[in-house]
Design a protein around this ligand. Sequence first.
Ligand SMILES: [Zn+2]
Length: 186
Amino acid sequence: MRIHSLTDWPPELQAAARGESGASRYLCPACNGGRSRELSLTCAPEYFSGFAIAKCWRASCGYFAKVPLDPSAKIGTPQFKPRFFEGELASQGDAVRLLMPYNIGVPALEAFNIRSVVGKDAVYMPAYGPAGQERGGMLRYFDGTQPKAVSYKATDQPWQAWLSSRISSAPCVAGSWVTPLSRCSA
Ligand SMILES: [Zn+2]
């Protein structure tokens, strides 16, 4: 969890953090509510701790911040910029063919919701947090594109994919997932 300064937030969130806003939901500063710009953020003071808590309830974002209510208690500034994959995904498509040489079969593709990218020799695997919330994903090219692996982090929360118990109980780090996954599912 990163702690930001209250003054880094837009004015409406600063008011919410001080308990001076009548609204119950706000525009998330990390994802801007996605394409529909939904008001997905809750933000309220937590007087016993002296912090304001903001949380985005969009599963694909998951922004969370705990900010000191005392503006002079400046602890840090946010560096994180969320990045979303915008390409078109096929249901499973060419992923079977692309991952066959790595001994990654249909059960693993289904367990991890691995999908191919329309028009490209590439596959995309979403990264999940321990409670199952999507936190972005990893794109892996098989057509020589460099870099061959690109991460799309939608949150500054810890970022791992967790293996389904159907495959293995061991966690799998998403950063370079093809090789670990081929071992797990072999
Ligand atoms: Zn958000």
